[in-house]
Design a protein around this ligand. Structure first.
Ligand SMILES: Cc1cc2nc3c(=O)[nH]c(=O)nc-3n(C[C@H](O)[C@H](O)[C@H](O)COP(=O)(O)O)c2cc1C
Length: 356
């Protein structure tokens, strides 16, 4: 069973990479990933000057990370003279160097880190106007493939991708953190973290459906464009869902901030097991399958298997039409049932069928 991914003649042992952020912002972090099971490494976004970040800057909840980080707090010279040369001595995996943010930053950053990169990733929170000159500039400064990272607040992202390609981008990373959002601490009556009126950026499993939809739509519009998915991955199934939606590689950050860094190695170890369970022969095979965007479900009435039902009553409590009740077993009022599928999707023991 092959997990390998080939992108512009660079081979990744598997599709999982760390996403740009604090876990790849220093030499000890990068060396850690170099020895871990991930398929490749991405750096924290590097710009000319080190960012000045107001602290605290990261807060985590069960499914969400909130952050007000900027780019790397180290300036370009620390990256080009210390961090990347030290990494280069040891490196065993493909390296994506993340850079930002303007065309003039590119002139001062890219020549200094070009020799270390297999790919570039340009982080952009900027709109359509700056995108063309930015991408055009970096593409004149390197012959390495340039991937443009999409920000979810860009509404017309298909036009954004089209423009990035027009100016020389060789791939897309979708997506950056979502927002701005807000996290409030009721006890202190203030935001937990936040800048510029309390805003923070949101990532982690809660944004996965948005990232998945964007990846699928970009794939549909650009069938041959390399795509690196990012947003909300927390398990091997998520990686495979993104590949089915059209991703070539898949990045993760926030779930490792919520659950721990060992999650990367666990996901890579789990991938072959989960692939076998779903009859997936290789990452390439799944990537070349078209995601069916019509639901398979029958939309019929729910059928409850009394042998596996534990009578926990969750379906009774959540049914939006109050169509289910518990007598000696679960009873359905078909006059009320709207065949929505919620009960089947939420049954903790899979005792309901017939709708989805
Ligand atoms: C604390 C933190 C710092 C981040 N810093 C960067 C950054 O420097 N450059 C960048 O392109 N994205 C940055 N991101 C965005 C992530 O790379 C990623 O796109 C986003 O968090 C969605 O993926 P996830 O849900 O797996 O975290 C950061 C995210 C977090 C949570």
């Amino acid at each position: 069973m092959s997990l390998k991914v080939r992108l512009y003649d660079v081979v990744f042992d598997n599709p999982l990479l760390p996403a740009s952020g604090p876990i790849v912002g220093s030499i000890h972090n990068l060396l850690h990933f170099n020895l871990s099971k991930v398929g490749g490494i991405v750096t924290k976004t590097i710009s000319v000057e080190g960012a000045v970040v107001s602290k605290p800057c990261i807060a985590g909840k069960d499914n969400t990370i909130y952050n007000t980080e900027l780019w790397s707090e180290y300036p370009i010279d620390k990256w080009s003279e210390q961090i990347l040369p030290e990494l280069k001595k040891e490196i065993r995996k493909p390296l994506i160097v993340s850079v930002g943010y303007t065309a003039s930053d590119m002139e001062r950053v890219v020549p200094k880190v070009n020799e270390f990169a297999d790919f570039f990733e340009v982080s952009t929170h900027y709109g359509m106007d700056e995108l063309g000159p930015l991408v055009e500039k970096i593409c004149t400064l390197t012959d390495k493939p340039v991937f443009v990272k999409l920000s979810p607040h860009i509404q017309d992202y298909i036009a954004f991708v089209e423009k990035a390609i027009e100016y020389g981008a060789k791939g897309i990373v979708a997506t950056n953190s979502l927002g701005p959002g807000m996290i409030v601490d009721l006890k202190s009556r203030s935001v937990t973290i936040g800048v510029d009126g309390g805003k923070s950026w949101i990532s982690g499993p809660s944004i996965k459906p948005i990232a998945l939809h964007r990846v699928a739509n970009i794939r549909k519009a650009f069938p041959n464009l390399p795509i690196i998915a990012c947003g909300g991955v927390e398990k091997a199934e998520d990686v495979l869902e993104f590949v089915l939606a059209g991703a070539d590689l898949v990045q993760m950050l926030s779930s490792s901030l919520i659950k721990g860094r060992d999650l990367f190695d666990k996901i890579v170890s789990d991938l072959p097991v989960v692939m076998a369970r779903y009859g997936i022969a290789s990452i390439e095979e799944l990537r070349n399958t078209d995601l069916d965007t019509k639901p398979l479900g029958r939309g019929g009435y729910p059928v409850v298997d009394d042998n596996s039902c534990t009578k926990c009553r969750l379906c009774v409590r959540i049914c939006p039409e109050m169509a289910l009740s518990l007598d000696s077993n679960i009873q359905l009022d078909s006059e009320r049932c709207i065949c929505c599928g919620l009960c089947q999707s939420r049954c903790p023991v899979g005792a309901i069928s017939g709708v989805l």
